[in-house]
Design a protein. Structure first.
Lengths: 260, 350
């Protein structure tokens, strides 16, 4: 699996929101997208999912331009987890996970026993099988996020896009979600995620894309891109990176804002 | 919390849930069967279960058996068409309500909200005004039902806002437009002949149902119900919202169109054989949701069975409880409105 974005410009009604994004992602890699609110991260994701057409540029998977792909083929290749998402009807968690099997079902059929097996298996992978008969609308934000990740696993795609997966979660749930993402990438899944926390990029990203005011500020390997200079430019505040070495994360740094 | 569950437990968990649902369906179909049989006995000419059995034996096994003609007439010409029509119309209105609710992500949606009922009623009123025959009434009701939904749908597509809310709003506008048009027809209609016919028909009734009307209605109704039944998983996914459904591989525009067409055929056909019977499309799907959950795999069949049962009961009440037959639309409103207020208080979100 290899995703390629070649000078992609995205926006609404031909007014660009984010210009000239070029990046690539291989199986097992995690790409973190950092950028202030309104910098076009969600618009970029929606364009990759074909919910919007790119204004210019080509998005391809394994060299194949996806602009001509129907929705079921897109869904067979890319899993997408939107921000803060709550449906109107109180589906059970297991039913939500089962929805991930839809691209593999015919238009006229319902999930079979095997699909239910797959859905339960992916819930078990995340240790959330006990949630299966609970209403998705009634469980906590962290649990909802885990159920949606389980849905993406049940979807059996090689690429997963997550729009701020740790938004509105407490510290423990953030760590839980990010560790699961890390595990998925170690199993070969390519992951793109937007985040507002630079430390998350230090901990989990192989590549980083920084976007600001409609332009790409920096793109590359995380250790090259995540510099004090770039982060100051990105967020427009003074900050300092303090190295905190550990065995597991030898290059981890803490980002302390407001220090001169 | 780390819960480890092995394969066998896993299967048990699945089957527990499955038997749970199965029991509920056994319950629903048993009630339906009881109501179906009992409803043959209710009416101006009451029958006993024994007379009913005698008739069945006479009809299918022992032709020599002596039976008064009036019983055959009552059962075959009066009760049977009426009962079949009640089941068809009840299931149709309930199923179309459930489908509309799913695709518009709105538990308060129903055939009435989309303007489908009003459009079909206008078409039928127009046909009655011009003294069209039976087929003409059915045809015009269907055409204007589709026209009103398509009108609401097309206008909502051009409004740049949340498409689900826009559709409900434009549906209400189109509905109001057609209701006014019906008033206009009533205003100019012959007050001794056409006006009572239109007015009484609009209130909804299954009396005077013929087996020919039932045959005419059952083909479009059965086809549409079958299509909805086989697409019920896709309705689940569509109810998550357009973007969400697309990222799960659903061609939302095409699916929504198919479901709108089927639901509108159900509504229009119901309206032309029985007039406007409100509330079923709103109340029954929500009641079914409380019973079997939100998953359309179970919700849609439950809605069909419950809708048929409900209208059978209401029709029995209409012809059995009062000295004069009360129009069905009035009864469903009397039952539906208070019931719905209770639903709202208890909170269908629970």
């Amino acid at each position: 699996m290899r995703l390629n974005l070649d000078e992609v410009t995205v926006g609404y009604k031909r007014v660009p929101v984010l210009k000239d994004v070029s990046c690539s992602l291989n199986a097992g890699e995690v790409l973190c997208i950092l950028g202030p609110n309104g910098s076009g991260k969600t618009t970029l994701f929606k364009t990759i999912m074909k919910l919007k057409q790119p204004i210019t540029g080509v998005i391809s998977i394994d060299g194949d331009d996806i602009s001509s792909w129907p929705f079921d083929k897109i869904a067979g290749n890319i899993g997408y987890i939107p921000q803060n998402y709550i449906p109107v009807f109180p589906y059970m968690a297991l039913e939500m996970v089962l929805m991930g099997r839809t691209p593999r079902l015919g238009m006229w059929s319902i999930p079979k026993a095997k699909d239910i097996e797959v859905a339960m298996e992916s819930m078990r992978t995340l240790n959330i099988l006990h949630l299966k008969d609970k209403a998705f609308t009634k469980i906590s934000g962290g649990e909802r996020q885990l159920v949606l990740i389980a849905r993406a696993i049940a979807q059996r795609t090689k690429l997963l896009i997550m729009d701020e997966p740790t938004n509105n979660l407490d510290f423990g749930n953030q760590a839980l979600i990010l560790n699961q993402i890390k595990k998925l990438s170690q199993k070969g899944m390519a992951v793109i995620m937007a985040t507002h926390v630079p430390e998350h990029a230090f901990l989990y990203a192989d590549k980083v894309l920084m976007v600001k005011d409609g332009d790409v500020l920096a793109y590359g390997k995380s250790k090259d891109v995540l510099s004090e200079e770039n982060l100051i430019k990105l967020y427009g505040v003074n900050l300092k990176l303090m190295p905190v070495a550990s065995d597991k994360y030898p290059s981890f740094k803490v980002c302390i804002p407001g220090v001169v | 919390m780390d819960i480890k569950i092995n394969e066998t437990n896993n299967k048990n968990l699945m089957s527990i849930r499955h038997t749970h649902i199965k029991k509920k369906f056994t319950f629903l179909t048993t009630i339906f069967a009881i109501v179906f049989v009992t409803s043959f006995t209710v009416g101006r000419y009451p029958l006993t279960i024994k007379q009913l059995l005698d008739f069945l034996i006479f009809r299918f096994f022992d032709v020599s058996k002596d039976l008064p003609d009036v019983i055959e007439t009552v059962i075959m010409n009066l009760r049977l068409p009426r009962i079949l029509a009640a089941v068809l119309v009840g299931s149709s209105l309930a199923a179309s309500g459930a489908a509309y609710q799913g695709i518009f992500k709105n538990p308060l949606a129903s055939p009435d909200v989309l303007g489908a009922s009003a459009g079909a009623a206008f078409g039928a009123s127009l046909a009655i005004y011009f003294s069209f025959n039976h087929y003409g009434i059915q045809l015009l009701a269907f055409i204007f039902g589709i026209v009103s939904v398509m009108l609401a749908f097309t206008i909502s597509q051009r409004i740049r806002t949340d498409s689900a809310v826009a559709l409900v709003l434009t549906g209400m506008l189109v509905g109001t437009l057609f209701s006014s048009a019906i008033s206009l027809i009533k205003y100019v209609a012959d007050p001794f002949d056409k006006l009572p016919a239109i007015t009484f028909w609009l209130m909804g009734s299954l009396s005077g149902m013929s087996i020919r009307s039932v045959k005419f209605a059952c083909i479009p109704i059965l086809i549409s119900l079958t299509v909805l039944y086989f697409m019920r998983w896709q309705i689940n996914v569509l109810s998550l919202g357009d973007e969400e459904a697309k990222t799960l591989g659903v061609n939302t525009e095409r699916l929504r169109l198919i479901i709108i067409i089927c639901s509108t055929i159900l509504t229009a056909t119901s309206v032309c054989i029985s007039g406007v019977i409100g509330w079923i499309g709103l109340v029954i799907p929500n009641l079914a949701r409380l019973l079997v959950g939100s998953n359309y795999v179970y919700l849609l069949p439950a809605t069909m069975v419950m809708g048929g049962t409900f209208l059978l009961v209401v029709d029995c009440v209409s012809r059995g409880l009062f000295p004069v037959e009360v129009p069905l639309g009035i009864l469903t409103a009397f039952i539906g409105a208070p019931f719905f207020i209770i639903l709202l208080y208890k909170g269908w979100r629970e």
